[in-house]
Design a protein around this ligand. Structure first.
Ligand code: DGL
Length: 359
């Protein structure tokens, strides 16, 4: 049968199109990344009495299976499965909880059938967990910590989109090797740099050095990468950490007394984080108390209650002379996380200062 050249060309094109559509249809289910959601509680799992309760609600009520079932859009971006690790408000998490969670993340990251991990978490201490994970979990697979500022029952709840973003980023190859990430309010922040800076707004989380990027409609837009050591490049490995030394915080303020410092020094704490005023300043009258703590073997680390900037070594205090460490740009709560991890390896103040410069 004679077929004109024009018809033959058309038929060949149509056949190609059909073949590629079929191939794509075949690939879709296999093409999705495998993402595990580890749930720990918090507001993202919270429930309020009514839709207008955006700040008054009970955290840690909704289980991970319900969170996943309530967001069917997840099934289009990843093969998702959930594990309920804890169901607590994050202010109540303990060092042991941190170790349990990090060890689970580490074990899952070694599984070939896991491409990325999401941790749903209360926002109050999310920044501390994210930093601990970035310091201790040896994987380049994306690990994303996510929370919400409003319960899912509230008007304009932010948890669903935050979780959708987190699963997208956790399943993205371009998120690999960037350290632990936090997706809140469309931003992708570094787990090291991000902090909660507003206690009741959906734009609560930010990093003084800026986000790493944004995720919009499931697509990641990157604008910078971390420069501090993390995950695969960390000298600390959760698989060889089974306990965290006690480290406590004493804040500086006008009229400060030595009560907190003296109590911490006698408590068996291995390090004391001083959240000083300004550039990590210490009131004259309590310098002797910190010096005594140091003489008794407690590591003294100068941080600042000022959220941004960084503490300059030997500026407000003669750190070399007192054998103190400075926390660089880390706020007291983050400095405590790094101090605990660092003290699992060394109590040498020169080594500790190196670690605070590098992480
Ligand atoms: N209790 C707080 C927490 O679990 C609620 C804040 C939140 O998760 O947003 O961190």
């Amino acid at each position: 049968m004679y077929l004109s050249p024009r018809f033959r060309a058309f038929a060949a094109g149509a056949a190609l199109l059909a073949a590629s559509a079929f191939a794509q249809a075949q690939q879709a289910p296999q093409g999705l990344p495998n993402v595990v959601i580890l749930a720990t509680g918090g507001t993202i799992a919270g429930a309020g009495a009514s839709a207008v309760n955006s700040a008054t609600y009970a955290a840690a009520k909704v289980g991970v299976e319900k969170l996943i079932a309530g967001l069917p859009e997840l099934s289009k971006v990843a093969n998702v499965r959930g594990e309920q690790v804890f169901q607590v408000a994050s202010e109540s998490l303990t060092n042991d909880n941190l170790l349990t969670l990090a060890k689970r993340v580490s074990a899952l990251s070694k599984q070939a059938d896991v491409d990325g991990i999401v941790i749903t978490h209360g926002t109050d201490t999310l920044e501390e967990t994210a930093y601990f994970l970035t310091l201790t979990v040896h994987t380049s697979k994306p690990i994303v910590v996510v929370g919400s500022m409003r319960p899912g029952t509230a008007l304009s709840a932010d948890g669903a989109l935050n979780l959708y973003d987190a699963v997208n980023v956790a399943g993205s190859k371009d998120a690999a090797g960037k350290g632990v990430l936090v997706t809140m309010n469309d931003n992708i922040d570094s787990g090291r740099d991000v902090s909660k800076n507003v206690n009741i707004k959906t734009s609560a989380f930010s990093s003084q050095w800026g986000p790493l990027g944004m995720v919009v409609e499931g697509k990641n837009y990157w604008f910078r990468a971390p420069v501090k050591r993390h995950t695969m490049n960390s000298e600390f490995d959760i698989d060889s950490i089974n306990a965290l030394p006690p480290v406590e915080i004493a804040m500086g303020y006008e009229g400060v007394s030595s009560i907190a410092i003296d109590a911490i020094a006698k408590s068996g704490a291995k390090a004391l984080i001083h959240g000083g005023t300004g550039n990590g300043s210490v009131a004259d009258r309590i310098v002797p108390n910190l010096q005594k703590a140091r003489a008794d073997g407690v590591i003294v680390i100068r941080s600042s209650r000022v959220p941004d900037g960084f503490v300059i070594r030997n500026a407000e205090q003669p750190d070399d002379k007192y054998d103190w460490v400075v926390a660089h740009d880390l706020r007291p709560q983050k400095a405590r996380i790094l101090a605990m991890v660092a003290l699992t390896k060394t109590n040498n103040t020169k080594e500790l200062q190196r670690i605070f410069w590098e992480y």
